[in-house]
Design a protein around this ligand. Structure first.
Ligand code: NAP
Length: 466
């Protein structure tokens, strides 16, 4: 047989997922001096993963990164298979028949648990659900969030928590020209929420958010940020942390928080409170109707050395009445049938991207992005991460077990036999154009389709017209 990676026998790589780590993997593969065919599989009919369904609608500039991904998708040896769920519609075993290597880059779609009483009450949601809902993710379009009460609580102080807080605190005027899903804008226009509490278990020097994101709270039209100056007192270890040059963003956060103290008397109708060194102890339904109405919060103290301080409860508790709560304590990956998975940490076990643990090595299987390393870092973090994985794949080229049926014609025939209505990149461009057209009519960059069947029907009818 001809060598893999040549005109006679191109290296055939399947990439599972279509978010940043998937596209950076494709980009890195195309940079190699080999002939490579890439097939990208995505369970939804539309590409770009968390860029479309995670990045906040009012952070439009961040989404421009898709222009780079579009370029990769235009490569002649790139094919997109949307609406195909690997592990469900098509097994890993089936996938391997048509490819020499597979990169799993499908991100982390679930969430971590708090593990406290009342977490499952009505009105207690994960931030991930809310984010997917306001971003028009088809699987979350029917979720309902009761915004009729006045107080919302958000647990966690990462950038997702700040995204959720900002969406709750912004006015409709501030959101209406974004690509927020129409159902979310409608619900938010009726929101009664006036107070949003963002609760961090550690101190202001350890908060996980980044400076650009916290600064925005000083610039909202109708919401004052509330920072208690007493909570900005730092212990010696935290002061040391902020003096460390590698913690420059944390120092910037701290300066911004000090600046926000001045804005607490802005007198705007909505308030966003930032609490530090506090943890949720229990979520309660005092009335007994199965709906959250208060949360017990415990005061924390920090312990440990500078750089690795942890929090522990002091026993001092306070009650906060609230009608809705969002747990924003991190995303979590989920496994795929037939693939190694470390359920303890929610990642595919790997060695620099090669799937395997101490006992198994899965030849020809690789992983990149959040499902490889856990849900950390910004979009750009996925580029070097994907490059590392691709480097390992290319090092292995001589030991890969070639796919038995190295042909897209055979792959497509198989998908058709299984009645899988897959979506090509050209099909996605039809949806893209229609969304932009619908958006123009209402002054938004796009009005997203939110229903999978509606997308498939639209593609069919648009193609019939050509
Ligand atoms: P994250 O940055 O890891 O933040 C998680 C937060 O939850 C932290 O404040 C953490 O506190 C807290 N937490 C964890 N377990 C907890 C518990 N049991 N009780 C109370 N608090 C707990 O996660 P994320 O906000 O989901 O964001 C994921 C990644 O996406 C991050 O890298 C983020 O920067 C990125 N992202 C970026 C943007 C942007 O650039 N605009 C937007 C969204 C997301 P500790 O620090 O004490 O662990």
């Amino acid at each position: 047989m001809s060598q893999l990676g040549t005109e006679e026998r191109p290296l055939r790589v399947a990439i599972v997922g279509s978010g940043p780590s998937a596209f950076y993997s494709a980009q890195a593969l195309f940079k190699a001096e080999l002939v490579i065919d890439i097939n990208m599989f995505e369970k939804l009919p539309v590409p770009f993963g968390l860029v479309r369904f995670g990045v906040a609608p009012d952070h439009a500039k961040i989404k421009n990164v898709t222009q780079v991904y579009e370029k990769t998708a235009q490569e002649p040896r790139f094919s997109f298979f949307g609406n195909v769920e690997i592990g469900k519609d098509f097994t890993i075993h089936q996938l391997r028949k048509y490819h020499d290597a597979v990169i799993f880059a499908y991100g982390a779609s679930s969430d971590r648990k708090l593990g406290i009483v009342g977490e499952g009450l009505n009105g207690s949601h994960t931030a991930t659900e809310f984010v997917a809902w306001y971003n028009g993710h088809p699987d979350y379009k029917d979720r309902a969030f009761d915004l009729s009460g006045e107080t919302a609580v958000i647990i966690g102080q990462g950038n997702v928590a700040l995204d959720v807080a900002r969406i709750l605190c912004k006015t409709v005027d501030e959101l209406k020209s974004s690509d927020i899903a129409a159902h979310a804008l409608e619900a938010l226009s009726k929101s009664n929420i006036k107070n949003v509490h963002v609760i961090g278990r550690r101190g202001p020097a350890q908060a996980a958010f980044t400076p650009v994101e916290i600064r925005e709270f000083g610039e909202l039209a109708e919401c004052s940020p509330i920072v208690d100056p007493a909570e900005l007192n730092l212990n010696e270890a935290s002061q040391q942390e902020l003096e460390d040059s590698k913690n420059a963003p944390k120092k910037k956060n701290f300066e911004i928080l000090k600046g926000l103290v001045e804005k607490r008397d802005d007198g705007k109708p909505r308030k966003c409170y930032f609490h530090f060194r506090k943890s949720p102890a229990a979520i309660y339904d005092k009335v007994g109707d199965g709906r959250i109405d208060r949360i017990y919060i415990e005061q924390n103290e920090l312990f440990g050395e500078a750089g690795s301080q942890m929090s522990r409860g002091t026993g001092e508790k306070e009650t906060l009445e609230c009608s809705i709560l969002f747990r924003s304590v991190g995303y979590r990956g989920i496994g795929i049938e037939g693939l190694l998975f470390d359920d303890r940490v929610g990642i595919i076990p790997n060695h620099q991207g090669r799937v395997g643990d101490s006992e198994h090595v899965s030849t020809g299987l690789y992983t990149a992005g959040w499902i490889k390393r856990g849900p950390t870092g910004i979009i750009g973090t996925n580029k070097p991460d994907a490059e590392e994985t691709v480097a390992k794949l290319l090092e292995d080229i001589d030991v890969l077990i070639p796919g038995k049926n190295p042909s897209n014609d055979m792959l497509i025939e198989h998908l058709k036999e299984l009645n899988i209505s897959f979506v090509t990149f050209a099909d996605w461009k039809l949806i893209d154009a229609e969304e932009i057209k619908r958006g123009e009519a209402v002054g938004k960059p796009r009005e997203k389709f939110i229903d999978t069947q509606e997308m498939l029907d639209f593609i069919k009818s648009a193609k019939a017209k050509v």
